[in-house]
Ligand binder design. Structure first.
Ligand SMILES: [Mg+2]
Length: 396
């Protein structure tokens, strides 16, 4: 393993399809799970997170904890995102304490066997599964004294350029937020688009004027039909907007429509809501429907499903982004290990912790001038988040 930082700068360069490192021999290490626990937290945001679909002022989330027979403890987390995964903090807790717990407590198996038991324990519940499967991976890597990224075949010193989301507000408010983000070192802004194209045009113009030199990622969240998407995106490009990619322009199920938009416009199109699992990824690449895939652990149910998508993408020459829900630092750190580990992943959209009033626990990663890098340490490299910690930073 090299420790030399090798910035993989995106947006832009297509990743060469190179063989990954051989699977880590530690994949065959048996792990005995003796306990699964969970605890809930509520974390206020610094300012409201606003998209066309919702306005969020605080995040409800659940921490999943796995204990191995040797006393090692691993953690993962999942946030309530009813509008996306259909899961609330209540349903996440119930899934963790019920079928997910039953699937692995008292079981001895390899990390892949235990992950498969989590995946098969119940239908759906992808973010609850992600929390537990990440906790298993954290425990696995901690018990071996290695950073998770290394066990996934990655180089811990690699860095990826992060972006910052600008909430959907009036143009002058968005311009102010963009100015602030660029002053803080951000190089790429992610803009959630609304329902009114003319208003969106004003918003984008205001952002670009306030933050010259910044790159834009646009997310339509399925808002358009294909012909409309082609007109709108072509119009944005004619306006000279510095757009790196457009995410999910049309309905998730409209694969043919995605393909039509991708073929018609001069900017990469990325699938998000259309890709939850490896079968979705295969369907999209076989139809040549998109240029990129957005992988999120809360959709895939954890790291194994995410790696399977990235493998399909690598083989097809499709680049991936790793994104996330509005989730806490444990989830985002797991996503960062995944992103840095896999060569098909060239972009990250992992700004949620910067929205939290109090970003706990300590460790995991740092960001400098937009570049995210892991801090090292066993597992995810995070301190344990205890049940009695108040993530609002207030007194108990
Ligand atoms: Mg999206």
């Amino acid at each position: 393993m090299t420790s030399t930082p090798s910035p993989r700068s995106a947006p832009g360069p297509r990743v060469a399809a190179s063989p990954r490192d051989a699977p880590a021999p530690q994949l065959s290490t048996p792990l005995s799970v003796v306990a699964v626990r969970s605890h809930r937290h509520r974390a206020p945001l610094l300012r409201p997170f606003v998209t066309a679909a919702r306005r969020t002022e605080a995040v409800e989330y659940v921490v999943a904890e796995v204990e191995l027979a040797d006393g090692t403890i691993g953690q993962g987390s999942a946030a309530e995102t009813v509008a996306v995964t259909g899961e609330s903090a209540d349903t996440i807790s119930v899934a963790l304490q019920g079928p997910l717990r039953s699937a692995i407590v008292g079981v001895t198996g390899t990390i892949t066997e235990l992950s498969a038991r989590v995946a098969g324990a119940l239908d759906g519940a992808t973010s609850a599964k992600a929390a537990l499967e990440v906790a298993l991976h954290d425990a696995w890597a901690r018990s071996l004294g290695a950073p998770l990224v290394e066990l996934l075949g990655g180089r811990p010193g690699d860095r990826l350029l992060n972006d910052m989301t600008i909430s959907l507000e009036d143009p002058e408010v968005m311009a102010g937020h963009a100015r602030e983000a660029v002053a803080g070192g951000e190089q790429i802004l992610k803009i959630k688009l609304g329902h009114d194209i003319e208003e969106d045009r004003h918003r984008l113009a205001a952002v670009v004027e306030a933050a010259p030199g910044v790159r834009l990622r646009l997310d339509a969240n399925q808002g358009w039909v294909p012909e409309q998407a082609i007109d709108i995106i072509t119009g944005f490009l004619a306006d000279g907007l510095p757009i790196d990619l457009v995410e999910q322009p049309v309905a998730a199920a409209n694969i043919e429509g995605l393909a039509r938009v991708s073929a018609a416009v001069e900017v990469p199109i990325m699938a998000d809501e259309s890709v939850w699992n490896v079968e979705d990824a295969r369907r999209l690449v076989e139809a040549d429907a998109v240029d990129m895939l957005n992988i999120k652990l809360a959709k895939t149910g954890g790291l194994r499903g995410a790696l399977a998508i990235a493998d399909v993408a690598l083989e097809a020459g499709v680049e991936c982004m790793v994104g996330a829900m509005m989730e806490p630092r444990i989830s985002i750190t797991a996503a960062a290990h995944l992103a840095i580990a896999h060569p098909a992943i060239t972009m990250i959209d992992l700004d949620p912790p910067f929205w939290f009033a109090s970003d706990v626990p300590a460790g995991g990663y740092v960001q400098e001038d937009g570049w995210l890098r892991l801090l090292g340490g066993p597992g995810l490299g995070l301190e344990r988040l205890r049940a009695d910690v108040d993530p609002s930073g207030g007194d108990q």
